[in-house]
Design a protein around this ligand. Structure first.
Ligand code: KG4
Ligand code: ZN
Length: 341
């Protein structure tokens, strides 16, 4: 069964064709990073306009790369939740129109869950019960799946997502957008133990919080340049030495990774899952992958970098499993749901 996946929930316009939920026939991702770079973050209006321009050519390219025509597309899956409303709408409107015109079953899938399903694409499928940690620009979430259909959220962030913290800290340090890869790069020349940043414990829960860490980094940088908490974050970077930037990046990354590892380990000990999977844009972080793999007694499943960040192959895969449950949605009923998970 060939599923065409469509992904437009944030700032990547993507389409992919996946066979039987396992085999990638094509995976086309058009990143809007250049359009947002000058603003230092995703501008929702710019993202939605870019999706309008890109979505049909990207879908066309995914079909031609897969070497298939519409008659060989068995279903369409689209991320319809959660995400930026304007961005989601473009994918949803495109998918429902194509489903109607081409007479294909349509599946609306959850973007955060789709990230985890990238783990079905490159190695042996995860076994249930599956513990998954999804870490991205919008989400930080531990989930336990007992079947494809039965899952629960064990804990998520109370405030910022970890990727958001990477992006904001990078901005204060004057590092280019997107912040995650920039921090990781600067950190390779820095000392992770130069500065000690606090870890939000949040009692005995599996919840996360990253806003305190973000503020701690800001206060540390203000002090480093001899200023108090009123000093504007936009004026700090120009007063920092390269060593201070690298050490702060390394120490921040270390603190963020420690939190993610300790909560995941706590969840592992509590639920004793058969598999553990990492997913989402921040899963591309090498320190996180290494530290988590070291801490866990089972093998850590992790997608390759292109399947960690937003893509449509993960959407098509989840669409395939939805199709097994025969849960097609009427094109006239599908909605874009920005906050629903
Ligand atoms: O999953 P994704 O592409 O989009 C969302 O659904 O949010 O994740 C994007 C996030 C951004 O915050 C980006 O800075 C972060 O993933 N990211 C990284 C790395 N590569 C991307 N964070 C840390 N280290 C990386 N190597
Ligand atoms: Zn994502």
């Amino acid at each position: 069964m060939n599923v065409l996946g469509i992904e437009t929930s944030c700032d990547e316009t993507a389409a992919a064709v996946v066979k039987d939920g396992r085999e990638i026939l094509s995976n086309v991702v058009l990143s809007q990073i250049d359009a947002h770079r000058e603003f230092g973050g995703v501008v929702p209006e710019v993202a939605a306009r870019s999706h309008i321009e890109a979505v049909l050519p990207v879908i066309q390219k995914s079909l031609s790369k897969a070497k298939i025509g519409w008659n060989e597309v068995d279903a369409i899956a689209v991320s319809n939740r959660p995400g930026l409303l304007g961005s989601l709408l473009i994918g949803v409107l495109t998918a429902k129109t194509l489903a109607l015109i081409k007479q294909k079953p349509l599946y609306g899938v959850d973007h955060v869950i789709a990230h985890t399903y990238a783990n079905w694409l490159e190695h042996e499928p995860p076994q249930f019960p599956l513990l998954s940690l999804t870490v991205s620009g919008g989400h930080t979430q531990l989930m336990l799946y007992t079947t494809h259909d039965t899952y629960k959220v064990l804990g998520k962030t109370r405030d910022d997502a970890v990727g958001e913290a990477f992006d904001k800290v990078a901005k204060v340090l004057g590092l280019p957008y997107p912040g995650g890869p920039s921090i990781a790069k600067a950190a390779t020349s820095g000392d992770a133990f130069a500065y000690a940043f606090p870890e939000a414990k949040l009692g005995n829960t599996l919840e996360f919080s990253f806003s305190g860490l973000k503020t701690a980094v800001l206060r540390h940088l203000q002090a480093l340049v001899g200023q108090d908490y009123t000093f504007p974050s936009t004026q700090i970077a120009s007063q920092l030495t390269q060593a201070q930037i690298n050490d702060t990046a390394a120490s921040f990354q270390y603190a963020a990774v420690q939190t993610l590892v300790s909560k995941t380990l706590k969840a592992y000990n509590e639920f004793q899952p058969k598999s553990v999977a990492l997913a989402g844009g921040v899963a591309a972080n090498q320190l996180l992958r290494t530290e988590l793999a070291k801490a866990l007694p089972v093998e850590l499943l992790c997608p390759s970098t292109v399947l960690c960040t937003d893509n449509a192959a993960m959407v098509a895969t989840l669409g395939f499993f939805e199709a097994q449950k025969k849960r097609a949605i009427s094109p006239l009923e599908i909605e874009a749901l920005p906050t629903k998970t």
